[in-house]
Ligand binder design. Structure first.
Ligand code: PA5
Length: 408
């Protein structure tokens, strides 16, 4: 992974050096950044996979929300993308139940009825660090009810991932359900390299060792520079931190970053507002605002040097004379031209940006990106002077929801 900023981030070298100096690299020696090195954890996940995955398995249902499902979803969508529905039959697939959308749940129950003939075709992973999140508990209850009505001995098809000792853990233990623990010091949005992220990915056959390998290769240097640049711009009124992904399949990864930045840093009236833009689609929606609106944004373009596949336009065009330079052009080249155009327009308007360039969209590259962003956020927490690991304000709505549900 390369991080490029010198000629585009519009931060003087001395100013940047002064901020970087304030960061203590030894803070990256702490638990969260060490997770991808924990072979014991990876082995426990793979052992659970061996116990639960069989030849009949068609769907891994992930029940969880926020930090508890976004990591796995980010990686899954990056690998299988919005073209999952176009791809040839591939099983097991991953399906996500996060919020309790009645329309989705209704469609889901019809889908279950149609698709699932045997309990072994389905594996349900309930992920909740606290074990008391309304949406996740409600969805788990609903799926359990559905399974019990259809099959005998369904307990075996559930894996509960939660804090060891949480109420959910104890209940699952008493009911004889399989459990995986999330280490105490790891909060939801930092949990992609715990069982929360790794187990569902392993269960559908993705190589979690490669994901962790990518994370292990990351050093704290790029993360500390990237955090320092974002902090410099925040201090100069650029409160919006945009991640501009030039691959539609990375949209969920963007949502993962958005949650990481928002929940970790948005406290005590401080914080950066994270936004996610997808190239080239969103140039046709928010491009005008980026180039012509308030100058309150710092952008980082995220793109991969290589795509696994490519296609070419015909040399002899049918729609001739509409866009110059298209005959025989490849889709990758067209995307690159648009990306360079988007960057050049930023330069012309003196809008600051950096670039995060991944070698490709492999699990190894994705692992590196995830790890780097978690480090960057922890560094930003230090600079902004907030605790990047708690989320006290999220409790505000959770408490009110419980109160309302109790009354009804
Ligand atoms: O990052 C976080 O801590 C949150 O986004 C949580 O992951 C989210 O609120 C879900 O909580 P839980 O995992 O306790 O169900």
């Amino acid at each position: 992974m390369r991080f490029i900023f010198h000629s585009s981030a519009l931060v003087a070298r001395s100013a940047l050096a002064n901020i970087v100096k304030r960061l203590d690299p030894s803070m990256m020696e702490q638990g969260i950044t060490k997770l991808p090195f924990d072979r014991g954890l990876i082995n426990r996940v793979l052992k659970m996979k061996a116990a639960k995955v069989n030849k009949k398995l068609k769907y891994v249902i992930v029940i969880g929300i926020g930090g508890s499902n976004l990591g796995a979803k980010a990686v899954y969508d990056a690998v299988y993308g919005s073209f999952d529905g176009l791809a040839e039959e591939r099983y097991p697939k991953m399906l996500f139940l996060d919020t309790t959308d009645p329309e989705f749940l209704f469609a889901f129950s019809k889908f279950f009825k149609r698709e699932i003939r045997h309990a072994d075709q389905i594996l349900i992973n309930v992920i909740s660090k606290s074990g008391t999140t309304t949406e996740s508990v409600a969805n788990a209850e609903w799926v359990m009810g559905w399974m019990k009505r259809r099959f005998k001995n369904v307990k075996d098809r559930f894996v509960i991932t939660t804090d060891e000792g949480s109420k959910l853990w104890k209940l699952a233990e008493a009911q004889g359900l399989s459990r995986l623990s999330i280490p105490k010091m790891v909060g939801g949005r930092y949990s992609v390299f715990t069982a929360a992220g790794l187990f569902p990915l392993a269960a559908i056959g993705l190589d979690i060792r490669e994901l962790c390998r990518g994370a292990r290769e990351v050093t704290q240097r790029d993360a500390s520079v990237s955090a320092s640049i974002a902090f410099h711009h925040l201090e100069h009124g650029r409160t919006i931190y945009d991640h501009f992904f030039f691959h539609p399949e990375l949209e969920t990864l963007g949502k993962w970053v958005r949650q990481l930045v928002a929940e970790s840093l948005g406290k005590h009236g401080k914080g950066l507002t994270p936004t996610v833009t997808i190239g080239s689609t969103d140039l046709h929606s928010v491009g005008q605002l980026l180039y012509g609106g308030p100058r309150d944004k710092f952008t980082t373009f995220v793109w991969a040097k290589k795509s696994a596949h490519d296609v070419k336009l015909p040399r002899a065009l049918f729609f001739r004379g509409l866009v110059e330079g298209l005959p025989g052009q490849s889709a990758q080249k067209i995307m690159q031209a648009i990306l360079h155009g988007a960057k050049k327009a930023c330069r012309n308007e003196s809008l600051p940006f950096s670039e995060t360039i991944l070698p490709d969209l492999s699990l190894r590259s994705l692992g590196g990106f995830l790890q780097c962003k978690m480090m960057e956020t922890m560094f930003l927490g230090k600079l902004i002077k907030v605790n990047a690991f708690d989320q006290p304000a999220v409790e505000l709505y959770k408490k009110e929801t419980r109160r309302i549900l109790q009354r009804e």
